[in-house]
Design a protein around this ligand. Structure first.
Ligand code: KIV
Ligand code: ZN
Length: 386
């Protein structure tokens, strides 16, 4: 059995997307849940990006045990110093440094020559190694980079001490077969590549982030960078829940690979992110959408009642999805409310339940049916905001 490491970047790439920014406290709440979910690496932020990001990385480094805590840093000494400072309290830490390697990024964004980019990458990795022996290096826009140059930068980053080499499809341009071939080619052309972990980081501009990540795994990548609900820059990143469940459900295709994710925590984690950001996933979202395990048509309902496997390729309980949908209205009591909250992954004290129940009754008098989103808003008002 070989492990595929799950690197969660919900709190860095995910949080960078419009409408998804979080306070340090909210990030901490999310980070604690990501640790319960079992992510291997938790990218807590980009310490040099802002004071708030620095504080959030530091807070998570202090409070969250289990995953390796990571901060992003440009290939600049001042960024790496700030990342290291913020990560200092962590039990296990990683510095993730990056620089763009594509012609278009080097010319128009960095205004640097390829030779200077190569030198900067080497210097950044060896500088980061002064702080930790766990250093990840990313070639930003790898999929649009000139091949020989890409191999060269990776080779030098490994020589300088990188332990993980990340291949981002920064603009979500690649397609699965091509991305798989890129991973194969890197494995066949870069000296000592077998001494490091190959990671992939795919964006979803063409809706291919998960497919690209999975094909990369099939061809030797052993770390996947992903986010809860697939949030991230523009169209987002590969969705963690989809990558993990595809590897689990399709072992026949992917072989004896495993992740350390406790899949029963997936739904809870997805809902927590929705509550914190106020942004909900579409009903048909794979794995965590409201309709992911719903059956509406008579033929499907009949099939599922006879044998769930007729129309369900995984068990809803395996991802912590509530199996029976309790409908709440003005006649519902405390017991049903408590059960419903538990199904939604929300644990509250008796005193909190009382407060939520009171508000719930007020709302139920005004609305026919209380939806999960209504309840989540109540919990947020009555419990999380305190
Ligand atoms: O998309 C990207 O290239 C990134 C890197 C910083 C890893 O987010
Ligand atoms: Zn990214």
């Amino acid at each position: 059995m070989e492990k595929v490491y799950i690197f969660d970047t919900t709190l860095r790439d995910g949080e960078q997307a419009p409408g998804f920014s979080m306070t340090s406290e909210e990030k901490l709440q999310m980070a604690l849940q990501l640790a319960r979910l079992g992510v291997d690496v938790l990218e807590a932020g980009f310490a040099a990006a802002s004071k708030g990001d620095y504080e959030a990385v530091k807070l998570i480094a202090q409070e969250v045990k289990g995953p390796v805590i990571c901060s992003l840093a440009r290939a600049l000494e001042k960024d790496i110093d700030l990342a290291a400072e913020a990560l200092a309290p962590a039990e296990r830490k990683r510095i993730h440094t990056f620089i763009a390697t594509s012609e278009i990024h080097m010319r128009y964004k960095l205004r640097m020559s390829p030779q200077d980019v190569l030198e900067r990458a080497k210097r950044a990795v060896s500088y980061a190694r002064r702080y930790t022996d766990d250093v990840e290096f990313s070639c930003e826009d790898a999929t649009r980079s000139q091949r020989e140059f890409l191999y060269r930068v990776i080779e030098e980053a490994i020589k300088a001490g990188a332990t993980v080499i990340n291949i981002p499809d920064t603009v979500g341009y690649s397609v699965p077969e091509e991305f798989a071939q890129l991973i194969e080619d890197i494995r066949n052309n870069v000296p000592n590549i077998d001494k490091v972990i190959i990671s992939v980081h795919c964006h979803d501009d063409l809706g291919l982030a998960v497919a690209n990540s999975l094909m990369a795994v099939k061809h030797g990548a052993r770390q996947v960078e992903c986010t809860i609900n697939g949030i991230g820059e523009r169209a987002g990143n590969a969705a963690l829940e989809e990558v993990v469940m595809a590897l689990k459900v399709r072992k026949d295709f992917f072989g004896d690979l495993y992740t350390s994710i406790n899949t029963k925590e997936i739904y809870k984690t997805s809902r927590l992110l929705c509550r914190i950001t106020g942004s909900f996933v579409q009903p048909n979202k794979a794995i965590v959408g409201d309709n992911a395990f719903s059956h509406e048509s008579g033929i499907h309902q009949h099939g599922v009642l006879s044998n769930p496997l007729t129309y369900e390729i995984m068990n809803p309980e395996d991802v912590g999805f509530p199996s029976s949908r309790i409908i709440l209205g003005k006649h519902s009591g405390r017991h049903a409310l408590k059960k419903k909250l538990q199904q939604m992954g929300i644990e509250v004290s008796e005193a909190e339940l009382e407060r939520i129940f009171e508000k719930f009754k007020e709302l139920a008098d005004k609305k026919k049916e209380i939806y999960d989103e209504d309840l989540e808003a109540l919990v947020y008002e009555e419990v999380m905001k305190l």
